[in-house]
Write a protein that binds this ligand. Structure first.
Ligand code: ADP
Ligand code: MG
Length: 468
């Protein structure tokens, strides 16, 4: 039995114990990577997924592996980020099968339209890609490419997107492929990953069929290759990529590449190839701003039919710091828990999920941390700027109304945004009594209810601080 068969068997056994939901959340992209002596290695698409399996499913997985391979006594887990882009494993039949399960039809290479590649998922579109400051250019370039597909590629050829893991490159590439399929069904589009291309090239070289390979790629209108850093050190494959590149350039056909770094920093890559990657438009894709993250969370929650309280959304946005795939992981978990408990998610319950998913990361709780102000000095600087009065006056004791009012607003912000105590604020403002602070804060709060100008000031200042 090969490892895929073993894994299918394990999943089949597991399907008696876990729900379809659990399968989709935790096993869909998990593979048995290696069987070696008495150990097996299980690969997961994300760190969170790995932690979860390690902590929650280790024993049950071991038991199930042993049903097929009794000699196994250890399970190791690792993360293989490339799994996220690979097709899901075939779901086992879950309890109460209604009809005999039909195996999915062998996926065909060619869609009804010109789009080639079963790797392209419909869920990635350019429409549902949330655009913010940091990814506007990348998105706009993809849109432009999609709109002119089939015509001579001029402006951005090749388009090269780069950035860290989980920041949206594959979403953009597949979204572009889908957009072209919609707008121009005649265009021949191939989306592939560097890994798949490499396998194809190696096979072609082995079988002496490189001409056929070259021909296949010569007839495309748009070629998209994801994660080209994977070509590192694959010299013969690089020759094939180079030839294809030149063919398509000559024919003015569009190419889009993605990678985890800019062309010049690609390692073990022929110079003539890495320099060509940079011939067109090179755009970086970075971690979106807080606001964009919030929009992504809302959109993904909505797609799952999840209603999340605002503070929970904020909590997720603050704590997803490196990889946007974590958003999906966390939302899937919330969704799964909700199905079981029917209790609306809170910061506490979602915090628990985060801690299970990433035990080694510090959690940021409370909204104060995402404010741009970290201490009372930041607030004093802001207020002094905003009202055009010296900072020393804010800390001082002047009773002039033009000073007292901004001073009280500073206290209010220290209270609301930094969550400081009245005592703490008193200290920060030149050693004032906490009752003075308390009265001052109450006074502007009351004023804001009746006086729209005061309310507007407070609103504007909070907005400046990045809080609402
Ligand atoms: P990469 O290929 O850069 O590693 P992916 O394209 O796989 O990253 O993105 C990871 C996840 O984050 C996907 O679920 C993707 O839909 C989501 N994502 C990233 N950026 C955005 C965005 N701007 N709008 C909506 N979803 C996004
Ligand atoms: Mg990717």
């Amino acid at each position: 039995m090969d490892k895929t068969q073993v894994w299918n068997q394990v999943l089949e056994n597991l399907s008696q114990k876990i729900s379809r939901m659990e399968f989709h959340t935790w096993f869909k992209k998990v593979h048995l990577k290696e069987i070696s002596g008495s150990a097996v290695l299980i690969s997961c698409p994300t760190e969170m997924n790995k932690n979860w399996l390690e902590n929650k499913y280790q024993t049950i997985l071991l038991n199930n592996v042993q049903k097929t391979l009794p000699e196994i006594d250890r399970i190791y887990f690792n993360v293989d980020l490339t799994l996220a882009d690979k097709p899901a494993v075939i779901a086992p039949a879950f309890a109460k099968p209604k009809a005999p399960r039909k195996l999915p039809k062998q996926p065909t290479e060619k869609h009804a339209s010109g789009l080639e590649s079963r790797l392209v998922q419909n869920k990635f579109t350019l429409d549902n890609f949330i655009v913010g400051e940091k990814n506007r250019l990348a998105h706009a370039a993809c849109l432009a490419v999609a709109q002119t597909a089939g015509q001579e590629a001029k402006a951005y050829n090749p388009l090269y997107l780069y950035g860290g893991v989980g920041l949206g490159k594959t979403h953009l590439l597949q979204g572009t492929a889908n957009a072209i399929r919609q707008q121009n069904p005649e265009a021949v589009v191939i989306y592939t990953t560097a890994e798949r291309f490499t396998n194809e090239a190696i096979k072609a070289i082995r079988e002496g069929k490189t001409e056929a390979l070259r021909k296949k790629y010569r007839r495309v209108d748009v070629l998209l290759i994801d994660d080209v850093q994977f070509f590192a050190g694959k010299e013969k494959t690089q020759v094939e990529v180079f030839n294809t590149f030149n063919d398509l350039r000559d024919l003015n056909k569009q190419m889009i590449f993605s990678a985890d770094r800019p062309p010049a920093q690609l390692e073990k890559m022929a110079d003539r190839l890495s320099s060509r990657f940079g011939w067109g438009l090179v755009v970086d894709v970075t971690m979106p701003s807080y606001e964009t993250k919030m929009a992504i969370i809302r959109a993904k929650a909505q797609a799952l039919g999840l209603i999340l309280p605002e503070d929970v959304q904020q909590f997720i946005a603050t704590n997803v710091r490196k990889n946007l795939r974590e958003v999906e992981n966390v939302l899937n978990m919330i969704h799964a828990e909700l199905e079981l408990s029917q209790v609306s998610p809170t910061i506490q319950s979602v915090g628990k999920i985060f801690r299970q998913l990433q035990p080694n990361e510090d959690l940021i709780t409370g909204r104060e941390h995402r404010s741009l102000a970290r201490n009372p000095d930041d607030i004093i600087t802001l207020i002094s700027d905003y009202f055009q009065i010296p900072a020393t006056d804010l800390i001082g004791t002047s009773r002039k109304q033009e000073i007292v009012f901004p001073r009280q607003i500073s206290w209010l912000l220290c209270k609301d945004v930094l969550k400081m105590s009245f005592e703490g604020i008193g200290e920060a403002f030149g050693g004032k009594n906490h009752t003075t602070i308390m009265h001052g804060v109450r006074k502007v709060k009351d004023l804001a209810r009746t006086d729209s100008a005061t309310a507007r000031h407070i609103h504007a200042l909070k907005k400046d601080l990045g809080v609402r």
